[in-house]
Unconditional design. Sequence first.
Lengths: 154, 414
Amino acid sequence: MSAAAPFDELYDLYSKVLRDLARSPKHRGSLEHASASARGDNPMCGDRVDIAVKLDGGQITDAMFTGRGCEISQASAALLTELVRGKSPDEARAMGAAVARMAKSGLRDETTEDLTRLSILSVVHKFPSRAKCANLAWHALDAALSGVKETSSE
Amino acid sequence: MDTNVTSGFDVTRLRQDFPILATQVRGKPLVFLDSGASAQKPRAVMEAMTRSMETAYANVHRGAYHLSEVATEAHEAARVAVQLFLGAAEPEEIIFTPNATGAFNLVAHSFGRGMLKPGQCVLVSEMEHHANLVPWQMLRDAGLGIGLRFVRVTEQGELDLEDLAAKLADGKVGLVSVTHMSNVLGTVTPAAQIARLAHEAGARVLFDGSQAAVHRSVDVRAIDADFYIFTGHKLYGPTGIGVLYGKRALLDAMPPFFGGGDMIETVTLEHSTFAAAPARFEAGTPAIIEAVGLHAAIDYVTGIGMEAIEGHERALVDHAMRVLTQVEGLSLLGAAQDRGGVFSFSLEGVHPHDLSTYLDRSGICVRAGRHCAEPLHARFGLDGSTRASFGLYTTREEIDFLATKLTDARRFFA
């Protein structure tokens, strides 16, 4: 396919890494004996992500997600479940804040290895209506950690 | 032969009336296929609104001075234009509202709370826009003993008339409120038949004409509607103005909804008496400039002719059916016999939101999601869909381009 200028951005957004993440079965599924869980719903577009985490000694020891929706919402959830393991709730929330910041500014944050991986989501900056897709899983995580059952990023 | 000229309807020439259609999206010609959400505006509408502000603007129904009288005349002329557009008997049957949603809420509060009796219920269908669902849920939940029922939609996406008759059978339905054309499926409902069934069961009938009034010629007396609702911005007019038609006798019996200036007869500190319709339902300064714009929009479409617009759109619908069904992996929602230029579909392996982003990069604007009709998507087992909706300016080439890009999208996301 030709890569005319407007399509370059499409390839940036739907990079192979992001699309592989969206389709990855890793960490997709239910989590038995979850300490906290919450559902994120974007009712306008129908994206849905359920996040479940296990907490032990002030750390997230396990995280899984289920859901359906666009590639961005699912890839973001896949990244979340991978990266929050071994983090404290505050550290995990800080990662969510970093995703929101990058989605808004378009600037990659490469100060840590984790943030560098999350930087893939910064490209939604060029697609303003899609920022909520990138944020959905993180809103659900925040809700789960706060003991709220449902949230949305619309 | 130019494929875009059907019996005197010259879409190429008409497109020149819409300045925005000459613009580009990221260097690509704009292909606007979201008119079902809101239509683009012809120059005639913009100019009429500007002219009104430049030469004939003051508050209406108030000042005893020339300019206010001119503005009031223009406002009431817009009401007459709507009356004639809908085939209503009198201009007093036309109430201006902020939009279609405002009109539904007016009926739900005024007719619903004021005239429905405990034990009665409202009957809507499964394919309603949220504007024709949520106000009735709120009415049901208001503790007045008013219920809410639903008419089924068939697999084809048509209103199940047998189910309608069954739901009316016990005589408890006080109001049937259904769409005249689905904003998701494009289905045009048999309004006259629905009205007859409703009236035989002692119910009033309201039609949501938000889509139908744009695509078909509407005659509220021929279909015997008690209420009919549409909105200006989908009819190539401005935002901020909608229309509620109601039969005069009904409106006269209905209590006001909003209180304020313009809707009263006399006011003392303790009490007020209310003006007759339409003023009773138009509290406060109305959408003065928008009414002028709506008038211009009606003049614009009737100048072309609603039959000619319908003919053009029928040809587009036939063309779209042929072209879209050729796209591999595409499933259309609904297969109604009588349908207008609204096509919702799913594309195998591509989420509607991703598809919309992809198409946007080619200049194509479509709607992705649930189109304010979540229960209907649930009915068809879908989280959402992608919708292409046509206007009088839509061309066959645009539909062909959409089909090509859908095939490309499927390859891109494979």
